[in-house]
Design a protein around this ligand. Structure first.
Ligand code: R5P
Length: 290
C-alpha cells in the first residue's frame, strides 16, 4: 500500500496510480499540547511505501509515526520515499558545537525502514547518513515539460556552480540552448552576492534552475542580474519549491515570467510531478531484489 504523509497527499495519490497500488487511508491529528498523531487505521498489506515530505518538524514526527504504525499493523517491508528531505542543508557542523542535523534525522528514521528513496537531495552525500540502502532520483529533466516551446535563444543558467548539472539536465530535455552559472557567495540566510555572468543575455529567454527555492533571495538576485542585462523573459525552475518567508512576492518583484516547481513540495507552482520518477525507482528496486 502507498501511505501518504500529510505534506505529500497528491504525490502519493499520483504514485498509487502509476504503480497501480492501493492508497492507504491515513488520519492526521494533533493533541491540545501540540503532539501529532498520524495513523493508518485500515492498513492491510505486506509492503508499505510511505511517501512523506519532511519540510517541517511536525512532518518529521509524522513520518516516524507512520513507519511505526505500518510495522505495528503487520508490514514486513517498509520503503520510505522522502520527496523533499528537510534539514539536508545542515549536512555539516558549520560551527563548533553544532549538530550535523541531516545525519541526526537520517539516523532517526533508518531503523524502521528497509529502503529510502530521495529526490534530488541538496547534497548526494546525505545518503551516507542512512544505515540502509538509499536510492537517489534525479527529477530535474522533467522541469522542461512545463516550459513553452520556441524559447528565444534559450539560456539555462544555475545560480551557483553546484546547480549546473540541474540546468544542463533541463537544457538537454528541452533540446536546445546553452548553459552557464553564476558565481555565488552567501553571507547569510538572506544575503547573497552573485557575479554577473559574461554571457550576453540581451533579448534572450533565460531559465534559471536550482534545487531549492527557500527564501527566494538566491533566485531573485539572479533574476535581477538577468533583467539588468536585458533578458527577454526569465523563467525559474526548481525541484523543491519551499517558497518560505515571502519568497513568492520577492520573485514577482524581481520580474519573473513564471515559477515552475515539482510536487516534492505541494505548492501552487508544483506543475511537474515526480511520481513517474519515483515509480521507476521502485520498479528498479523490485527488479534488483527479485
Ligand atoms: C544552496 O546552495 C541551494 O542550492 C539554494 O540555492 C538555496 O537553498 C536557495 O535558498 P534561498 O531561496 O533562501 O536563497
Amino acid at each position: 500500500m502507498i501511505v501518504p504523509g500529510s505534506s505529500s497527499q497528491a504525490l502519493a495519490s499520483a504514485l498509487a496510480t502509476e504503480l497501480n497500488k492501493p492508497l492507504a487511508a491515513v488520519t492526521y491529528d494533533q493533541f491540545p499540547d501540540g503532539e501529532t498523531l498520524a495513523a493508518v487505521p485500515e492498513f492491510d498489506g505486506d509492503r508499505a511505501i510511505i511517501v512523506a515530505t519532511t519540510d517541517t518538524n511536525d512532518t518529521w514526527v509524522e513520518l516516524l509515526q507512520l513507519q511505526d504504525a505500518v510495522i505495528e499493523a503487520g508490514a514486513t517491508e517498509v520503503i520510505t520515499v522522502i520527496p523533499y528531505m528537510g534539514y539536508t542543508r545542515q549536512d555539516r557542523a558549520f560551527k563548533s558545537g553544532h549538530p550535523v542535523s541531516a545525519r541526526a534525522m537520517a539516523r532517526a528514521i533508518s531503523p524502521t525502514t528497509d529502503r529510502v528513496i530521495l529526490i534530488n537531495p541538496h547534497e548526494r552525500s546525505v545518503a551516507d547518513f542512512f544505515d540502509g540502502h538509499v536510492t537517489i532520483c534525479d527529477a530535474a529533466s522533467h522541469l522542461a515539460e512545463s516550459l513553452p516551446s520556441g524559447l528565444s535563444e534559450p539560456l539555462f543558467i544555475a545560480p551557483d556552480a553546484g546547480a549546473i548539472e540541474l540546468a544542463t539536465a533541463v537544457r538537454d530535455e528541452y533540446g536546445t540552448g546553452s548553459t552557464d552559472y553564476f558565481e555565488k557567495t552567501r553571507h547569510s540566510g538572506t544575503d547573497v552576492d552573485m557575479n554577473i555572468t559574461d554571457t550576453n543575455v540581451s533579448t534572450r529567454d533565460v531559465v534559471v534552475v536550482d534545487d531549492i527555492i527557500a527564501t527566494g533571495v538566491t533566485m531573485s538576485t539572479a533574476v535581477g542580474h538577468l533583467n539588468d542585462g536585458g533578458a527577454a523573459r526569465v523563467y525559474i525552475g526548481c525541484i523543491h519549491p519551499l517558497l518560505a518567508r515571502g519568497a513568492r512576492t520577492r520573485l514577482e518583484r524581481a520580474g519573473i515570467e513564471r515559477v515552475i516547481g515539482t510536487d516534492t513540495i505541494e505548492r501552487e507552482v508544483s506543475a511537474v510531478s515526480v511520481a513517474p520518477t519515483v515509480a521507476a525507482a521502485i520498479e528498479a528496486v523490485d527488479i534488483e531484489t527479485r
